[in-house]
Design a binder for this molecule. Structure first.
Ligand SMILES: [Zn+2]
Length: 249
């Protein structure tokens, strides 16, 4: 049996039987893990309120070879998920951000980039950065870290520098020059979007928020990321669908 410790971001918490919970969490060192927190549902549990989605904890767990689930022994709160729990929008958005990690981080493989991305995004949101901008930043960076949305500088087909406008090819999710989009199904990528994609590549989220893009650019970029992501996963994230349906209803 192996006992491990790491800072962890809680991704998901599900009730198991009468007393226990199953907790998915993300660490920089060990990637994504799932574990049982025994008696976490009982009134005087030592886990108390620590195991909330998107809380940051110092976790200790034990692992046995060949077992999928680890056993969570301790969780000390480093940063609560308070803001995320305050409104329906916050809960839906939090679930959506967490599902990105569950989908793109591997089990037992170091995931320091994804970990740092989620950690710094949550930190910035707690410091008052607009959740709309924060969500777009995380979407862009998850796709960039996965290698499917490079910073748009030149057209990947002909190599020419991209001008003020570009096109997103619907069938493969690439951002190309207008001349290379001819004859294909595409949606426009505006100057504002290109600027956001480039600035987010070199600025931290709080720095990006100093000069926030327009609402129109944010909506278009949400749509662009949705298409690129769906093209890659061949499915939409469940939490995204739920968030959109709930908020439009
Ligand atoms: Zn081209």
């Amino acid at each position: 049996m192996l006992v491990r410790q790491a800072d962890a971001l809680i991704l998901d918490v599900v009730d198991l039987h009468e007393k226990d919970r199953i907790v998915a969490f993300l660490t920089a060192e060990f990637g994504q893990k799932r574990g049982v927190a025994r008696s976490a549902r009982t009134k005087f549990s030592r886990f108390a309120g620590q195991l909330q989605p998107l809380a940051k904890v110092r976790a200790e767990w034990s692992e046995k070879e060949g077992r999928d689930l680890v056993r969570i022994r301790d969780a000390q709160l480093i940063r609560p998920a308070a803001l995320m729990q305050e409104s329906l929008e916050g809960i839906l958005l939090g679930t959506y951000l967490a599902e990105h990690m569950a989908q793109f981080a591997q089990e037992d493989e170091p995931s320091s980039h994804l970990y740092r991305l989620l950690d710094s995004t949550l930190e910035a949101m707690q410091a008052g950065v607009d959740p709309d901008l924060a969500a777009r930043y995380l979407e862009i960076w998850v796709l960039r870290l996965t290698g499917i949305l490079p910073v748009p500088r030149e057209c990947p087909i002909c190599g020419s520098p991209l001008g003020r406008r570009a096109a997103l090819l619907e069938n493969d999710g690439a951002i190309v020059g207008m001349e290379c989009a001819e004859g294909q199904t595409w949606t426009p990528v505006t100057e504002g979007q290109l600027e956001l994609l480039r600035r987010s590549g070199r600025l931290s989220l709080p720095d990006l928020a100093q000069d926030s893009p327009s609402t129109d650019t944010l909506r278009r970029t949400e749509d662009l990321c949705k298409k690129v992501r769906r093209n890659f996963l061949q499915a939409e994230l469940r939490s995204y669908r739920v968030m959109k349906e709930t908020l439009s209803g």
